[in-house]
Ligand binder design. Structure first.
Ligand code: IVH
Length: 676
């Protein structure tokens, strides 16, 4: 992460990291509280072990890197496991899955076809249940893998643990003699939220997360308290003295269900690594909908004889791995904080970071939102910070790790003037969190406005990205979005960045967008609060730029999905003389947004909302198709919505609204039929 430290710097940093990591562990394991996410703590542990690798002489026996996880608690009787409860090695991407598969393939006999059994990896605590002749004898925590704690009295309160295995003809053999079931005790996300909400009203400290709460609960000495907390046992393993009774993991899952356990019905036998990777992709989002937290997938060789034969390396079986979805948090250092001026003039402090990989991509910058946010979080240049990134969102700094400071950190001071044009920054109104550069002609604002206008969701002009926009602006060839339409090949060709062919293409691309759809044009203008969908809603309602430009607040507010903030922003934008001038310029340059046609199409007068995931097309495609037939694609269900298309993984709120308004609900297949 950081440039290599010398020994004394390393030693100092190591001391601080150890204190913080130990603090994290203490809060997590003893107080059931979390002072940072597990991913952030992992990131710090990684830095520590990196430093210890560089300077092995600095390793001490009490370093967090030297800890063996989870020793048995003295309050419970220690019990030796029938066979060691192992861990899994982690893999993070397809390449690592393939490398694992190759290692397995090398060790299995030539004629054995390896199939994989894949399930989500539950984030709870592992537990082994011992049954004798079908009767529950004992429940043991994982402990250190060899020896666990006898928590029988507590786990007997969990409803999903059968005290007697279900009688079953098919699995009658498993009701005889010793059967051991292993699985995960979890607290469901919703129950966890409810429990914390309840504690909040009672003024009690809140629990950190479902796993901790489940673990803390199971290790309570009072079974009555355990009974009052909603816990679930979900099984993943079934063991017999004679292993041939359970030939595959898939068989184990079926038998587990037959014997009365919860075992994930979506766990699957997959024939190839390709199929496994497809499963990985599907569950990356689907796992969010499961009632419990997951921290990845478990991939095992399905054949249990092969599985056993492949043996154990260290603490983990060779025949299984845990696929971990990319962590969304990591720690890194703030190298600098600068202020970026956006197209609306907002002055946003941005942290420049030591590059760090989060959720699969390298992050070098993170937004700090605004001045008060930086001050509230007290983020300083030189701080080690936790950075969060999820999906496509802009990475953000969660918090600085204050205890890692060495005194050299510099507090942030918001500049009083625009770093681009030196105009005094101002707050537009008292509610405004952001300082803004009020200079409409600020070069930073100009290039961001033009870049936005040309971006994919707006006019989609290929070849007009950030660098070319800056080059054209600096050369004085353009000053605003309208100027691009009078660019000539001759003028542009003289510039450094532009070669013959690319210039011709650029000019042609610009000229071909002179009749943009009204929605794209509106979005491209960069009016505050007007995103893609709002632009579409406005275009569909007002149909021409002129009508929209004259609309008053109440007319705007009457449009489904448009609130006061948007309405005000639109009115303000059109009232601004500079913007009126810009529109006149567009007009003079022959730019004419299309009038939205509402008659003629077979769906004219019909309003659609799509919720959830569609299999045959993306939401954008669905929207385009509906619009092409004269229908209106709306972002939310309202009184005037005619159809709610219900896809997969739907959110409850749209369905509720549809019920309230009596909106007709149709399936994706119905939509396809309507679209013809
Ligand atoms: S299979 C070697 N299946 O993950 C043990 N384990 O890191 C393989 N876990 O100790 C067990 N969900 O507590 C398996 N669907 C699942 C699981 C799962 C969670 C836990 C289990 C194990 C740990 C290994």
């Amino acid at each position: 992460m950081t440039a290599r430290l010398n020994k004394s710097q390393a030693s100092e940093r190591i001391d601080k990291l150890r204190v913080l990591i130990n603090d994290y562990r203490y809060h997590y394991h003893v107080l059931d509280e979390s002072i940072m996410s597990e991913a952030a703590a992992d990131s710090l542990k990684h830095e520590l072990s990196q430093l210890e690798t560089d300077y092995p002489e600095l390793i001490t026996p009490d370093s967090p890197t030297q800890r063996v996880a989870g020793t048995a608690s003295p309050e419970f009787t220690s019990v030796k496991h029938s066979s060691r409860m192992l861990s899994l090695n982690d893999v993070f991407d397809e390449e690592e899955v393939r490398a694992w598969q190759a290692r397995v393939a090398k060790l299995v006999p030539d004629d054995a076809k390896v199939e994989y059994f894949t399930d989500v990896k539950m984030d709870g605590l592992a537990c082994a249940l011992h049954y004798q002749d079908g009767i529950l004898q004992r429940g043991i925590t994982r402990g250190d893998g060899f020896v666990g704690e006898d928590v029988t009295a507590n786990i007997r309160t969990i409803d999903s643990i059968p005290l007697r295995l279900r009688a079953s003809d098919e699995y009658a053999g498993l009701l005889q003699g010793a059967t051991e079931i292993r699985g995960e005790i979890v607290m469901y996300k919703a129950d966890f939220e409810a429990l914390n909400a309840q504690r909040a009203t009672e003024g009690k400290p809140l629990f950190a997360n479902p796993r901790n709460t489940a673990a803390g609960t199971i290790r309570q000495l009072d079974p009555k308290l355990v009974a009052s907390r909603p816990l679930h046992f979900r099984a993943y393993d079934l063991r017999r003295d004679d292993p041939s009774e359970v030939p595959t993991h898939a068989y184990a899952y079926q038998a587990l269900r037959g014997l009365g356990f919860l075992a994930h019905v979506n766990a699957k036998v997959l024939p190839t690594v390709e199929a496994v990777m497809e499963f990985v992709r599907v569950w990356e989002t689907k796992r969010q909908d499961l009632p419990f937290n997951t921290d990845g997938l478990v991939i095992k060789v399905n054949d249990r004889r092969l599985y056993e034969r492949l043996g154990v390396v260290g603490k983990a079986p060779r025949a299984a791995v845990a696929f971990k979805y990319a962590a969304e948090q990591a720690t890194t250092k703030v190298k600098d904080i600068f202020v970026s001026i956006g197209r609306t003039g907002a002055a946003t402090p941005v942290a420049m970071l030591e590059p760090v990989v989060i959720a699969g991509s390298t992050v070098q910058m993170a937004t700090l939102h605004n001045e008060s946010e930086v001050l509230r979080k007290d983020i300083r240049v030189g701080d080690t910070v936790i950075v969060h990134k999820a999906g496509d969102i802009i990475p953000e700094v969660v918090e600085p790790l204050v205890s890692l400071r060495d005194g050299s950190e510099k507090p942030f001071v918001m500049p009083t003037h625009c770093p681009e044009c030196n105009t005094k920054l101002a707050k537009i109104n008292a509610k405004d969190a952001a300082w803004r550069c009020p200079n409409e002609a600020c070069p930073s604002r100009s290039w961001k406005r033009i870049e936005h206008f040309a971006s994919k969701a707006a006019l989609d002009i290929e070849g007009l990205g950030e660098k070319n926009v800056i080059a054209l602006l600096t050369a004085g060839l353009i000053n605003d979005q309208a100027d691009i339409f009078v660019l000539t090949k001759e003028a542009v060709l003289g510039l450094d960045r532009f070669a013959e062919i690319s210039t011709s293409k650029l000019i042609a691309a610009i000229q071909s967008t002179k009749q943009p759809t009204l929605a794209r044009f509106l979005y491209g203008l960069g009016i505050r609060h007007i995103g893609v969908q709002t632009a579409i809603d406005l275009a569909n309602h007002f149909r021409t730029l002129d009508t929209l430009s004259e609309a008053q607040i109440d007319e705007l507010g009457a449009v489904e999905g448009i609130g006061d903030v948007v309405a005000e922003s639109v009115v303000e934008w059109f009232a601004e003389p500079l913007n009126q001038k810009l529109l006149q310029k567009f007009h003079a340059h022959g730019v004419q947004p299309e009038v939205v046609k509402q008659v003629g199409g077979k769906l004219s007068g019909q309003n659609f909302v799509v919720t959830g995931h569609l299999d045959s097309m993306s939401r954008d495609e669905a929207a385009e198709k509906i619009r092409a037939l004269g229908g209106v694609f709306q972002s939310s269900v309202g009184k005037d919505t005619d159809y709610l298309v219900v896809g997969g993984n739907v959110g409850a709120s749209k369905l509720k609204k549809a019920e309230k308004f009596g909106t007709k609900q149709i399936s994706e297949a119905d939509l396809l039929a309507i679209l013809g």
